[in-house]
Design a protein around this ligand. Structure first.
Ligand code: GAP
Length: 428
């Protein structure tokens, strides 16, 4: 019997969500490639996040900083120093401990076997320069965050935002993880979606922290993650990252246990002070170093958890009940039979019209209708449109709902409006 994780890994490979990276050369530990359906889910998650964090608010702007920065950034941020402790990692649950702070020979959390201590820097080194002699060591960013801090003054000087305000970013980060594992959960290359929210230091910062913590959990549930599979977990003081005054994780109840996939961090003035950056209030002239509340989510971990959370079986039927806004295709169009020219032409016309109007649709004319439903359910397509003999008479089609399997007859000219209503006014 396959467990849920094996089923998801198999579905991802079989249907084109996620493949092992460089697979034809035997793969490469901790690297994954997203296929035609996976890239859609991932893009949908990122689009929804950007909409919620940037477009739906008034005091947040976005940036897209370079992956490779002046190596001094990582010295100032503390990552060069703080990521080179001697570490051991549990081979079972991947929890990592400072070797010098651990009294036990086994993992304190799950009693799993520990790796040998290693002086370990999570930053991935790269060498930049044209000649061997002139090559300079730099790093692939270990968190996307530093790109925001080094552009703090640029953003302030080139826009009209004032404290409190936020800078949002989505992008790739790289960590030389000792033991990548649990499919994409712990990768060496992954994507983060982060907000750095700058505030004037005060006692009220805790309230802002609570606000963002709630907003982020609400966002996940609004896109269908089940409440009972989510929880917050506060970091113990010795577990916090070097920059954090205070931190809480949002965890998901995964097949491999409760697992972090977003961190809410009170970074205080750690980063701006280290980069020697200040804020000047243009009204009062007051100058100070703002505090930062950060929400840092993993796009790959979210993708994995959205897939796990939406996986259902009904006998042999697999249904991915993923939120329609995250589904790779919103609808599939079928001609009832593939050998009747009138029906195929009409179905093609509907398919092309929907595509033109911006709705992401797919086409399927293989096998019988039952098999096509089966195939679309497995990849989470919320609605299937069948063009049949009646369509030629009265210009109506059957629309079948993935979750209820109920069918209704809809006028072709109303399809656009029908999907717009279902998708809260937006097609993508
Ligand atoms: N800027 C803060 C920061 O990077 P973090 O808790 O180290 O904080 C934030 O990372 C999120 O990035 C995690 O909650 C997770 O979703 C994602 N992440 C971190 N390491 C990862 C890895 N090795 N593989 C996949 N995702 C990872």
């Amino acid at each position: 019997m396959l467990n849920l994780m094996d089923k998801i890994v198999s579905l991802c490979k079989r249907r084109g969500f996620i493949y092992p990276g460089s697979e034809i050369y035997g793969g490469f530990g901790g690297f994954w490639d997203y296929g035609p359906l996976g890239v859609e889910v991932k893009n949908n998650i990122k689009r929804e996040w950007w909409r919620d964090i940037v477009y739906n608010r008034e005091n947040i702007v976005g940036i897209d900083a370079a992956i490779i920065m002046n190596p001094q950034v990582w010295v100032s941020s503390g990552h060069v120093e703080a990521f080179s402790d001697p570490l051991v990692e549990c081979k079972k649950c991947n929890h990592r401990y400072r070797a010098d702070k651990l009294d036990s020979q086994v993992c304190p959390d799950c009693k799993g076997e520990l790796t040998e201590p290693k002086r370990f820097n999570l930053l991935t080194e790269v060498y930049i320069g044209t000649t061997e002699e002139a090559k300079k060591r730099a790093y692939l960013r270990g968190e996307i965050t530093q790109g925001v801090f080094v552009n703090f003054s640029n953003v302030l000087n080139s826009s009209r935002i004032k404290i409190p305000f936020g800078i949002a970013q989505i992008g790739k980060a790289f960590r030389n993880e000792i033991t990548p594992g649990n499919f994409t959960y712990r990768s060496r290359e992954f994507e983060q979606m982060e907000l750095e929210f700058f505030v004037k230091p005060s006692k009220d910062t805790k309230k802002i922290f609570e606000y963002w913590k709630n907003e982020r959990l609400k966002w996940y549930t609004s896109l269908g993650l089940k409440k009972e599979n989510l929880r917050y977990r506060e970091h113990a003081p010795d577990e916090r990252a070097h920059y954090a005054k205070f931190a809480e994780d949002i965890e998901y109840k995964s097949p491999f246990g409760w697992s972090e996939f977003e961190g809410i961090h009170h970074r205080g003035d750690w980063d701006l002070s280290r980069h020697k950056l200040k804020y000047k209030d243009t009204n009062s002239g007051e100058e100070y170093t703002p505090w930062v509340i950060e929400t840092s989510g993993g796009v790959d971990r979210s993708t994995l958890f959205f897939l796990l959370d939406s996986y259902y079986e009904d006998g042999k039927r697999i249904i991915l009940k993923i939120h329609p806004r995250l589904a790779p295709f919103k609808a599939a169009v079928f001609p009832l039979v593939a050998n009747k020219e009138d029906i195929v032409n009409k179905a093609q016309e509907i398919y092309r019209t929907l595509k033109k109007s911006g709705i992401i649709v797919t086409w399927d004319d293989r096998g019988n209708i039952g098999k096509r439903y089966f195939s679309q359910d497995e990849i989470g397509t919320p609605w299937c449109i069948t063009v049949d003999y009646n369509t030629l008479e009265d210009n109506t089609v059957t629309v079948r709902d993935r979750d209820t399997t109920k069918q209704e007859r809809i006028k072709v000219e109303k399809l656009d409006e029908y999907f717009k209503n279902k998708l809260d006014g937006d097609f993508v």
